[in-house]
Ligand binder design. Sequence first.
Ligand code: HAM
Length: 415
Amino acid sequence: MSPKIQAPRGTFDVLGDDALRRTALEAHARRILERAGYARIETPTFEATELFARGVGESTDVVQKEMYTLDEGPSESLTLRPEGTAPVCRAYLEHGMHKLPQPVKLWYLSSFYRRERPQAGRYRQFTQIGVEAIGSDDPGVDAEVILLLAELLEAVGARGLRLRVSSLGTPATRETYRRDLQDYLREHAAQLSEEVRNRIDLNPLRAFDADHEGTKRVMAGAPLLIDHLTEEDREHFSHVCALLDVAGVAYEVDPTLVRGLDYYTRTVFEMTSDALGAQSGVGGGGRYDGLMEVIGGPPTPGMGWAAGVERILLSSPPPPVAPAPLDLYVAYAAPEYRKAAFRLAADARRAGHAARLELGGRSLKGQLKQADRAGARFVAILGEEGTSLKDMESGEQKTVEADTVMHHIRGGKAL
Ligand code: HAM
């Protein structure tokens, strides 16, 4: 025998109840997001590498070490999408969506790819549900977008949720603050972890994320961006908070909140669940008012989030999964009745019934056992005596004219 081939590390197959739970989650997302005016968008699985290098940011872990990049020769480099915001912004520009009423509200459910160290809740291929509202910087957009994530997670019963929000201000404020923070980190360099020390120039904000004890002590006294916001940004953020209050969304303002992608401006937020282990982030996002320019478009504000489908399912209790109802199971006594059986099952489905045909080469006894296991309401048995119909609830069985089967099973009433 040849050696078995297994799924790559950090990937998984979706089977059985897990597939049903995903379908149910997608239905919740569609209902909640489409009711709020979000239209579905699907972008390609791969994009020009440049889109992520510029959009997500050269200094991020995602771009530095996690992208699956396909070499297409000297003039073209493609990358499996590690996230959905830059692709949606690219599509907005490419399709002239600025001509539509703003904001343009879009949602997606797609697979994403990051070369991460696999562990519980962290995969190399994962699925996100995400929303992007592009074309308005109204704080109402920020609050609505956050509220939609809260609603979705509530609808699926996600446990132990905590919502943290903050504001990063404008790029100019951030730049000034970044220099202040770099000065502060350099003053305390001796107490910092080596990793943080090495990244003072590239990404000093990530120091707030560190687990290293010495770094944590230093960061407790570090200057906070939220104290350096411009008057306008402060006002924007207080409007967002006021609207979240009105909507009854529970949240904490966490000035140390850091997101792993570079495009954020003003509002940022993250939803965690204490039902998850180390990878506690269920979803997160924020405003990205400068992203469109970075990828070659005119200044256009945007706001959105993405939530990991796998993490949502890990953080919520499995709902009772009801088996799909089966109106009719078509069995046959001998191979010569196979064609008629095939036709009856096809006719029943065409008439709108859930109908299945024996396809496993079982004996009649085996077929009846199978019908029972599948929860069939009726079984049609085709054989020498014509067609007989068995009511699986009452156990009653009678011979019927072949073309009246549909009439008998309609409405699921007893024979
Ligand atoms: P992100 O925080 O990188 O944001 O990812 C969002 C969510 O995707 C995470 O909270 C997590 O649930 C899930 N996720 C990320 N990486 C993995 C992984 N390796 N395995 C399993 N789940 C994962 C973004 O991607 C932004 N595009 C969100 C956004 C939209 N910001 C504005 N608009």
